[in-house]
Ligand binder design. Sequence first.
Ligand code: UDP
Length: 537
Amino acid sequence: QSQELSQVQIDYHAALQTLLEDGTRMVCTGRMHTDRICRFESLCYSTEAEEFIYFHSNSSVMLPNLGSRRFQPALLDLSSVEDHNTQYFNFVELPAAALKFMPKPVFVPDVALIANRFNPDNLMHVFHDDLLPIYYTMQQFTDLDPETRLFFMEGWSEGVHFDLYKLLSNKQPLLREQLKTLGRLLCFTKSYVGLSKITTWYQYGFVQPQGPKANILVSGNEIRQFTKFMMQKLNVSLEESSTEEYIVVFSRTINRLILNEAELILALAQEFQMKTITVSLEEHSFSDIVRLISNASMLVSMHGAQLVMSLFLPRGATVVELFPYAINPEHYTPYKTLATLPGMDLQYIAWQNTAREDTVTYPDRPWDQGGIAHLDKAEQERIIKSTEVPRHLCCRNPEWLFRAYQDTKVDIPSLIHVIRQTVKSKPGPKKKWSGSLYPGKVRDARCQASVQGTSEARLSVSWQVPWNLKYLKVREVKYEVWIQEQGENTYMPYILSHQNHTFSENIKPFTIYLVWIRCIFNKNLLGPFADVLLCST
Ligand code: UDP
């Protein structure tokens, strides 16, 4: 990996001429600042002003052309965290003629992906906010090939996990600070700005208490494509052949400790008749952790960012998340949401310490490690007495931090009990992929009506199976039929096993009915409705 930009030779005078004549060209995807990614030619950056510059000329393009709405609140989010007001991107506009009075531009020949990392020192944030979004933004635009240069503009130093970011492309990523050493005015020949949010599953609680995102768009399949890529880059091979099953306890060594870890390990080994090992970020290399987790049957850990490593668990494995006293597992679900994404095929179990005598608190630590000594006495009393942290916003709620940084003596019988409610025999047989594919529309739907006298009628409806059925192995095929009288808001729903049915209940003569039919595979895979049938009795 090389830090120099001049790997691709460019003709400086031609590049300068193009910039002067054509100015900046921008075309974006997305309708709002929260879902926008922009492609630029000749986007520039002043390392003195620390601002991006858009140069206007007769040939420049700006789509969307938002006018002053570009500042309401910004053109786009530079990180994958939605609408965070410290992560906005915008540019300053200048006429291309102003270049005559500015420092000589230094051209960046590599195709650039320009973005912000959100919190590069926290492993959950690294994977969820940065690595997955960068990986899939690069999949979205073919220009963003393995020779892409990543530019991180958030202003942090490399951070402890920088090696992971380096895996995403063949070129050394550059940080905002380093741009100064390249020149006073940088011009990116071709660049993309912003990150796809399509893979994110969690919102951290900036505007409402934290929880799963409202509209999750990623499945375990895409997560596992990404982890496969990362494992190749880390030189970790999937040991399909290894037969030994084992449990991994992922421990924290600085805070939020498991106080009886040795006892816990013995108990797990004995209960499940499996080797049980511990890993920690402090004592193992990242590759070693990935290698161990990617073959584990069960991962047991305190709530915390290290649990994002369940990304690497094999299908069928079990995640056991331990919560300290007074922390309701239902209120903090980044790892539950991950483990239960459709197609992740992981089992998830939460255990909470409910025994006050098994917790160790640290009221005198600094506030950011959960100390509460800075609060007034009454508030300290209230927090210490409280049995559950009420729901709260991110990120400095002292009661939450106080409880989050407790150490815990795990009550072994109660933990084994909750695990046993889910894991009946041995944990984690590495199940095969059980892909869930949806039915197409039913075909050739028809209806026939018959009238019996003045008050009774029948409606016979028939249809053909969806054409994709013959290519699939489906356990159970059913049909849902809705019968709606024209002009009414309500309908009568039926679940049927055959491809025809005669309806006589509540069917009136001389009435028009709308008939909606869809196919259902395996109870919960609902297909689309076929075009509505109009049936007159
Ligand atoms: N961390 C760790 N060992 C510890 C404490 C923290 O490896 O004893 C890591 C943790 O996994 C995360 C980072 O340090 O990547 C920040 O931890 P913090 O407690 O601030 O965040 P949380 O884990 O609660 O998200």
